[in-house]
Write a protein that binds this ligand. Sequence first.
Ligand code: DAH
Length: 347
Amino acid sequence: MIDELQKEIEGARQSFLHELAHVQSPEKLAALKERYLGRKKGAIGQFLARLKGCAPAEKPAAGQAINELKAFIEEALAAVSCGDGAVREWLDHSLPASELPVGRFHLIADIQRRIEDIFLQLGYEIAHGPEAELEDYNFTKLNIPEHHPARDEQDTFFLEGHDELLLRTHTSPMQVRYMLAHKPPLKIISPGKAFRKDDPDATHSPCFHQVEGLLVDRAIHFSHLKGTLEAFCRSFYGPDVVLRFRPGYFPFTEPSAEVDISCFLCSPQQGSSPAGNCRVCKGSGWLEILGSGMVHPQVLRNCGIDPEVYSGFAFGMGIERVAMVKYGVPDLRLLYENDLRLLGQFG
Ligand code: DAH
């Protein structure tokens, strides 16, 4: 009985405060006073009437709780009433403003912008290409042969009713667009969405994001590619990161290299040995982050650039992959579920 009564008393205190906060006229204030302190029907009077039903042992505590509420209400009413019955302004200017939820960039957009910032500092321009792309630019001009498996309908979304159009399978066709439209020297990155007919799992999504890079000028060597990617990775992953270039194969670059960085969790410095059970690099000490290479002479030729005069390098990295590597996101599907508990952790 007493527990219940005490809960109700506390409830009445809360409702009183709530109502008081909304009182805007002397009449409303008087009515509020009547509702709580009024002789017969007032809340306090009703609580007191219920005292009779309490067990003798409970009476003192219950009575005290009611009296405390009464004193509290009287004090609060006195604080807001002016002598002439007007209501004092019910506004405390010293209170901090209530916090408004502030939006932030999605992790994918945030990473993309950080990558863009670094390359902007290195003098690159940002170029955007279309997501519905010509098959010619997505494959043929990039030196991807006619019967390459990537061209298969199993792997690529072709657009119905548009024989020559598909959803680009990578951001590399922007290299072609840019070279066709501009004369060297060229220095661009091109971020955006790419699409493949992959079933979603922890590391695949039919729509994902990449950042492409392309630099074409006279006398560009592999060392320029290496220096650029090193500068980027130091800036993005931290000054101690070590890069490893492994031979790779891409039809549009020759030679091609896959680039790994030292695992930030278990081997922050060159020479230290990786932890066998590292959950980030699975014990190898390295994390694969991008594909790169020297632009294939045939690709330059396809785009109207003389490979005897010009050379260049290109690279492409997956933004979801970066999110997984840099922020330890274990499953890329998490990035698309719009769960603020995940997305709110970054920024
Ligand atoms: N387009 C490649 C892919 O999606 C990535 C890539 C590799 C881009 C090498 C490049 C490059 O520009 O040089 O897997």
